[in-house]
Design a protein around this ligand. Sequence first.
Ligand code: NAD
Length: 374
Amino acid sequence: MKTVLVCRETDPRETRVALIPDDIKKLTGMGFSFKVVRGAGEKSGFPDAAYEKAGAVMVASEQEGYDSEIVLRILKPQSAAGLRPGTLHLSYLDPFNEKALLHDFAESGVQAVSLEMIPRTTLAQKMDVQSSQTSLAGYVAVINAAARLPKILPMMVTPSGTINPARVFIIGVGVAGLQAIATAKRLGARVDAFDTRPVVEEQVRSLGASFIKIDLGEMGQTDQGYAKELTPEQIKKQQEAQAKVCERSNIVITTAKVFGRKAPRLIGRDVIDRMQPGSVIVDMAVSTGGNVEGSKLFEEVVTENGVIIMSGDFLERQVPFDASKMLSGNFTAFLTHFYNRETKEFEVSLQDEIMRGCLLTQGGKIIHERFKEN
Ligand code: NAD
C-alpha cells in the first residue's frame, strides 16, 4: 500500500488544496492510504472532518507526514528539507527559473514531478493542471473586470435610453482566452480576439466573437500546441495593428504566453494613454514578465488617464472550491494512471511518456533532458 501526504499550502495567498475528500475516498478504495495536514482544505471549503470521514489520517504538520511514499502539494516548497530519498513529490516547480531547487531535490534523492511539465497529449489531458486552472482564471478575469467597469456588458434598450454593449478584446486565445471569450459573450459583450496561432480563428468564431486578422508573417505553434516566440519586429507590428482595437475596447484581457520564455510585451503606455477613462485591462501574464506596461502582480494600478490595470495571475484562487475540485481530479488521474491494479503497486515508470515528460529528478540526479546540465 502506498501512503500519500496532502500538504497544507504555506503561501498565505494560496486558497486551494491538492486533493479533496471525495477523491481520497475513491483512491482509498483502490489501495492508497492518506495523511492530510490539518487545515489543508479549510480555505477551499473542505473541513478536516470531511477528510477524516473519507478515511484520511490527520497530521499536525507536513514534517509529520514525510514518511509517506508520495507527497502532494500545489506550490513549490522552499526546499527539499525533511523529504526522504525515494519519495515521489508532485507540485508546480517553475523548473525554468528554479535551478537551485531542482538541484536540492536531486541531491536529496527525491523523485520530483513538475506539474507544468505534464505533456499536452490527449492521454494526459485529465492530469493537465495548467488547463484546469487557467480555464477558471479566464472566467474570473472577466467577472473581475466587469465588476470594476463603470458600465454594464450587455446591450439594454429601455424607455430611458439605449445602452450599447461593452466591447471586450481578448489577446491570446489559449485555454484562459477561450473561457474569457465564452464568459464575456454570456454577459452580453461584443468580443474581439487575437492570437498568433492561426488555428484559433475558427474557435473564436464558433464562440460568436470576431477574430482580428493581423499578418505577422511566419507564426504557428509547437507540436505541444504552444505558440512560437515572435521576433521583436513581429511584436512591434502586432502592437501597432492591435492598438486601435484596444482604444475602442472597454475591457482588454491579455493572456499571451510563450512556454518556458518571458511573456511578450503587447500593450505599451502610448496605447493605454489613448484608452477611455474607466477602461479595464487585465494582464494574465504579470508573473511571467507581463503583456501590459505598468501592470503589477497582485495589485491594481490606475493610470493618470483613469485606465484600470488589474493583475490577472492566479485568479483561480478566487474560486478555490472548484479550482481544488479540478486540481484534485488532475492528481487523482495521475495517481490512477500509474497504479498497477494487479500488483497493487504505484509504478514510477520512465517507459511511460507522461512520466518521462514530467519527472525531473531521480536517483540523486536531474534526469530530464531539458534541465540536465553537462
Ligand atoms: P499559453 O498559456 O502558453 O498561451 C496562451 C495563449 O497566448 C496561446 O493561445 C498562445 O498562442 C498565445 N500567444 C502567445 N504569444 C502571443 C502573442 N504575441 N499575441 C497573441 N497571443 C499570443 O497556452 P495555453 O492556453 O496553455 O495552451 C495553448 C493551446 O495548447 C491550447 O489552445 C490548446 O490548443 C493546446 N492544449 C492542448 C492540450 C492537450 O492536448 N492536453 C491541453 C491544453 C492546451
